[in-house]
Design a protein around this ligand. Structure first.
Ligand code: FE2
Ligand code: FE2
Length: 163
């Protein structure tokens, strides 16, 4: 692939994850509000703060590229978030609600991990050390959040849902 094409693909994917992060910023407060478990609510609230930083890091990368920070509608994240909202409605007031919220949140994190992993690999290929550093910081936070959610699921939430 020519360098120019990979540059374009990088920018395209940057716009995709920028749009996704903005959607996640809107979804997380609703998920925190819906959660029954205090641990789960705290995890969502903490990740909301981190997500604001993820947007700022993406702003920085757009700036490094000399491009305007702009999102591009991402159908994948819309679908994942829609499914989460469906679960919030269908399982409201049931013991399984938190398990459903966790599953939806982990689908979001896995999507982000996939995107940031790809962008980091491409930034390496395109020799963009500053971007690599920023992408790596966010990637680490997405992975840590996924692990935290797994732990909450194993220790409390799924157990309660099954009881
Ligand atoms: Fe994020
Ligand atoms: Fe995330």
């Amino acid at each position: 692939m020519a360098e120019k094409d990979l540059n374009e693909l990088f920018l395209h994917t940057l716009k995709d994850i920028y749009y996704a992060e903005k959607q996640i910023l809107k979804a997380l407060p609703k998920m925190a509000k819906a959660a029954n478990s205090d641990d789960l609510r705290a995890a969502f609230e903490r990740h909301l703060d981190e997500t604001e930083t993820h947007v700022e890091r993406l702003d920085n990368i757009f700036e490094l590229l000399g491009k305007a920070a702009r999102g591009k509608k991402c159908d994948a994240i819309e679908g994942i978030i829609d499914e989460g909202e469906e679960i919030m409605e269908e399982y409201a007031g049931t013991p399984a609600l938190d398990a459903g919220l966790l599953a939806a949140a982990q689908a979001v994190e896995h999507y982000e991990i996939s995107r940031y992993g790809t962008l980091k690999a491409w930034a390496r290929k395109l020799n963009m050390p500053e971007a690599i550093k920023l992408l790596d910081q966010t990637l680490a936070e997405e992975k840590k959040t996924d692990e935290t959610l797994s732990k909450i699921a194993e220790t409390a939430v799924n157990y309660r849902a099954a009881a």
